[in-house]
Design a protein around this ligand. Structure first.
Ligand SMILES: [Zn+2]
Length: 188
């Protein structure tokens, strides 16, 4: 996939011995262009690994091997894989998305984000499920609408990113073929 590099100064080199074990989904609450400049500003003290725009454009701010600053605050976390007293930035990859918490996501943004999630999870052997792809709100309850007011978007991204979920029609087709093959084997 085509990724535009937009290096941010806001990161730690390396991960202090940790590795990515989850992907955190965020909403920019603004534009991709605005986020580019906010993450480029050392005074902001924030970043994410990626930003996905409403047209499907993908920007990379921090290398996956390095620690971006997107989910460092923990408040009433509900994520099951949270590690007590360890900064979540050290073991997650952060993806920002263009828009506001009430916006309907464009197909282009969903598809680009899902493709990116799939690639990240394959690279780091992270299972593509709701336990490993989480909303920021699941780590930091004071951001209840990050990435969205309607949390279904995360389920949708997980479903789209899963390479092993063929559409039901394809499953039916496969079952039919197996049944036909069995008939031939049995000589019916
Ligand atoms: Zn967030």
């Amino acid at each position: 996939m085509n990724i535009v590099q937009k290096k941010s100064p806001n990161f730690w080199a390396g991960r202090k011995g940790y590795r990515p074990e989850g992907v955190v989904i965020h909403i920019m609450d603004g534009t991709l262009v605005g986020t580019d400049s906010w993450f480029a500003n050392p005074a902001s003290q924030v970043s994410a690994h990626y930003g996905v725009g409403r047209t499907g454009e993908v920007h990379q701010y921090v290398k996956e091997e390095d620690t971006a600053w997107h989910a460092g605050r923990v408040d009433a976390p509900v994520w099951k894989l949270i590690k007590p007293n360890i900064n979540p930035n050290l073991y997650t990859i952060g993806i920002e998305h263009e828009g506001k918490p009430d916006d309907v996501w464009t197909d282009a943004m969903k598809q680009a984000s899902a493709a990116l999630i799939r690639e990240i999870c394959q690279r780091w052997q992270i299972p593509i499920d709701r336990g490993h792809i989480v909303g920021h709100f699941e780590i930091f309850s004071k951001k209840p609408n990050c990435p969205a007011r309607d949390k279904k978007i995360i389920d949708e991204l997980v479903a789209m990113a899963s390479p092993q979920t063929p559409p039901p029609s394809q499953v039916e087709e496969g079952v039919k073929k197996i049944e036909e093959g069995l008939k031939i084997l049995k000589g019916i």
